[in-house]
Design a protein around this ligand. Structure first.
Ligand code: GDP
Length: 427
């Protein structure tokens, strides 16, 4: 993907998240200088498998697994400082050297324990299916202009005062939501006082660092979390996340201008999954859906929640290609389909008696949309050892050709297993 005139790339999930972005970023990070996380928080877990070791990365860019790659947590991320340091410690325990390699935007907002209390209380009254990690309330505070940012730790005295006001408000809200727990000001001040000396040495104007890297022709990878259909503007609102997961959010959340971005790689599974509530038109509610879940290990990396599974939905991916401006596609988990006799692909929807190729706006039409399926033959052969397109059985190649045609975006990578080397790069 990186070439002389493509030095700043975005990797986005082009479905409902969990597409295997972690693996693609890991593959691309090998030739990157800088990897930046631009939105989301500790709800999103990327899983990267190296040899027999499995790494779950929540807030630190997957580039950390490549020695020499610099990692940036951008201003668009809401940072949970407790899990951030736990993550660093887990990496140290596995022998990954992180010193001098991680930089955190001083503009990133903090997720604090009171956000988690609000998240859990809110979920009881408004079921979105959040992970309860405080991400939504932290973004609410950001847009409500009452957030606490990493840079605020430089002045703990005024931040402690600010915390007092924020917590008073949070406790009033908790009362309204019927929660019995309350947040304590002292414990929050103590937490920040303890964290400040660890976090501040990593804090900097991250946008400036990314800008300089782009300007100097370094290879920069902007890594998204979740997927396009969970974008707060373009996703299946209200069953979405609280940030812009789409490629436009990459510029904002990394602190650079959109003209700095050269290409956008959309990651899709060879089928479809989603976590939590909301419509999923091609959901397979039969034993084949169960088989996809089992074969694909479709359980949340962080939460363990079972994912809902179904067939590839080309309407979703076409839409995603449009709102992200995808230049390239990576298809992951092709191997999960190895044992199926036949594989349905959703090519369009039938909506209120009409043929519909565009993704509808709003939950109601989407709930009424019936997928139009085309059934492709399975290949009934293991694909895990394929390293070139020509190693794949012809039915698998035909399947990929059809996905590419329906999505309207060239396939650049095909992933055929969890391991780093199980990838086909399409030249
Ligand atoms: P992400 O958030 O998009 O990185 O996705 P997750 O990490 O939540 O889920 C991806 C899961 O799929 C991880 O367990 C990966 O190891 C696994 N994975 C990625 N690519 C492949 C693949 O091609 N085949 C199989 N079987 N698993 C894969």
């Amino acid at each position: 993907m990186f070439t002389a005139d493509r030095s700043c790339l975005v990797v986005v999930g082009a479905q409902w998240g969990d597409e295997g972005k972690g693996k693609l970023v890991d593959v691309l990070a090998e030739s990157a200088d800088l990897v930046v996380r631009y939105q989301g928080g500790a709800n999103a877990g990327h899983t990267v498998v190296i040899g027999d070791e499995q790494f779950i990365l929540q807030q630190i860019p997957s580039g950390i697994l490549h020695p020499g790659v610099q990692c940036v947590v951008g201003n668009g991320v809401v940072l949970d400082p407790i899990t951030f340091f736990e993550e660093l410690e887990r990496l140290h325990a596995k022998g990954v050297i992180t010193e001098g390699r991680v930089l955190v935007s001083d503009r990133a907002h903090l997720v604090l324990p009171y956000h988690k209390l609000l998240d859990k209380a809110g979920e009881k009254s408004q079921k979105i299916g959040t992970t309860g990690r405080g991400i939504g309330p932290a973004y609410e505070d950001k847009y409500g202009r009452r957030g606490i940012r990493v840079g605020d730790l430089r002045n703990l005295e005024s931040t402690a005062k600010m915390l007092g006001e924020r917590i008073e408000r949070a406790n009033a809200l908790l009362g309204m939501l019927g929660a019995t727990e309350r947040a304590g000001v002292d414990e929050h001040v103590a937490l920040l006082t303890k964290l400040a000396p660890r976090l501040l040495p990593l804090a900097a104007d991250a946008g400036l660092a990314v800008h300089r890297a782009v300007r100097d022709g370094k290879r920069v990878l902007l890594e998204g979390a979740q997927g396009a259909l969970l974008d707060v503007d373009h996703g299946t609102y209200p069953f979405v996340t609280s940030s812009n997961t789409t490629a436009g959010g990459a510029a904002v959340g990394a602190g650079i201008g959109p003209t700095a971005i050269d290409a956008v790689l959309g990651v899709v599974k060879a089928y479809t999954t989603r976590v939590g509530n909301g419509p999923l038109p091609t959901e397979a509610l039969d034993e084949r859906g169960e088989a996809l879940r089992k074969l694909g290990g479709e359980f949340g990396a962080v939460t363990g929640r079972a994912r809902r599974c179904g067939w590839f939905d080309a309407t979703v991916v076409r839409y995603s290609a449009r709102v992200n401006g995808l230049s390239d596609l990576a298809v992951t988990k092709l191997d999960v389909l190895d044992t199926f006799d036949e594989i349905p692909v959703g090519t369009a929807y039938e909506l209120d008696g009409a043929h519909c190729e565009e993704f509808p706006t709003g939950i109601e039409p989407l709930e009424r949309a019936k997928p139009v399926y085309e059934v492709l033959p399975g290949w009934k052969t293991s694909t895990g050892a394929a390293r070139k397109l020509t190693d794949l059985p012809s039915a698998a190649r035909a399947y990929l050709d059809r996905l590419e045609e329906l999505a309207g975006v060239p396939i650049r990578y095909v992933s055929v297993g969890t391991r780093r080397d199980q990838i086909i790069s399409v030249e």
